[in-house]
Design a protein around this ligand. Sequence first.
Ligand code: NAD
Ligand code: WQD
Length: 349
Amino acid sequence: MINMAVLVSGGAGYIGSHTVIKLLEENHEVIIVDNLCNSSKEVVNRIIELSGKTPKFYEIDITDKEKMDKVFKENNIDSIIHFASLKAVGESVSMPIEYYSNNLITTLVLFELMKKYNVKNFVFSSSATVYGSPKTCPIKEDFPLSVTNPYGRTKLIIEDMIRDICYADKDLNIAILRYFNPIGAHKSGRIGEEPVGIPNNIMPYITKVAVGQLPYLNVFGNDYDTVDGTGVRDYIHVLDLAYGHVKALEKLDENPGLVTYNLGTGKGYSVLQLVEAFSKASNKEIPYKIAPRREGDIATCYADPSKAEKELGWKAKYGIEEMCEDSWRWQSNNPDGYEVKKFDEVAID
Ligand code: NAD
Ligand code: WQD
């Protein structure tokens, strides 16, 4: 495939930053657009440090169409990967307007400008959340879609929008990628996931317990119909996910129209199995207490990733051990995330 100029929306975020590094390694030109509402400028410095390359970086809110128009005018964009989104399920229940506004308007602005500047290739970050409560696992791409919260609904609305847009314009090539549960971090320990406040997702919660910033993990329910009663999920290394985007772009280069893929490993681990794997990888005990079930949670969720393997030539290669080791390396090297101490804050004794 020829090298492309790829606009990466949300490229300073957790999955975006790992994908940017992979794209740079594959010699693509990268244009990051991020308003840093859930990330930090320091991420861009670390991308430069790790890749030895300097992607273009625009600190812009993507809902601002005029500013985005300039980005399209200044760059000869071939493809877009659209990560930018608000993504906290609980927050979306209490702030639905912000979620609908941010997630839908960013996407519409990108589609309007794609039309104006004749950009044909687009990759969308969707989520296993669009499968709602699946009747069986593993989950295939043609399973029925439904959602239980405003965040999930923004993903499903955008997916529906994409299906309408592709029906109307047969020249467009769009990959909808449905991620399962991303964890892990870059092997260097220099970039990783940095949630604001108390984490909602399990891995950042576990790593915060391991560095002593939280006392114990609440295990949400031990009476599910699973191997040990705790919830089962398909955890996938963020580096595998990043590579999935490169493979999706290669697919779009063949003009396939609309394609949809699950990105998962196909294996499920329970909460207690994940805790055990993490303890082994980090050599840290993770104290936990059994708590009531979390509202909206399902017992089991894991992918059938065979379509992506067959059509993209993509398969997750990292196992749960490496996911845990890499999450731990990131958190233990950066207990306060990307917070970089300024000179006058450094204690001198
Ligand atoms: P993240 O919050 O780390 O990254 C999203 C980035 O988008 C952030 O850097 C944020 O500053 C930026 N952003 C948000 N709104 C913006 C706007 N209006 N203008 C410019 N920048 C904006 O999240 P992530 O975990 O990297 O997720 C990336 C994508 O993958 C999201 O679309 C998310 O919904 C989806 N996804 C994530 C998970 C997960 O568990 N992490 C699972 C499935 C799907
Ligand atoms: C995993 C398991 C919990 C925290 C969410 C979104 C989904 C997607 C990925 C964006 C479950 C248990 C968790 C804790 C626990 N995001 N748990 N104690 O709920 O599968 O998916 O993130 O698209 O849309 O819904 O991920 O990491 O929150 O939970 O016991 O403190 O860990 O009950 O079984 P989830 P999670």
